[in-house]
Write a protein that binds this ligand. Structure first.
Ligand SMILES: [Zn+2]
Length: 66
């Protein structure tokens, strides 16, 4: 994430510096989002791969039946 470039609406300093409670809350929320996507992306890729393999197998079976 590029939250280091975000400027706080409350204290007008970079959110990444965490100078006020609003900054710290925003920073924490964004970091949690980062962690969520970091854990989600590999799992999503594996799920996509499994789905593609399933489709390929189904298509192959359909081709051999027909
Ligand atoms: Zn602030």
């Amino acid at each position: 994430m590029t939250y280091d470039r975000l400027v706080c609406a409350n204290c007008a300093s970079p959110v990444s510096e965490g100078r006020c409670p609003v900054c710290r809350a925003s920073r924490e929320r964004l970091q949690q989002q980062d962690g969520l996507f970091g854990g989600l992306t590999p799992a999503a890729l594996i799920a996509l791969l499994v789905a593609l393999i399933a489709v390929a197998v189904l298509a192959h079976e359909m081709a051999t039946v027909a």
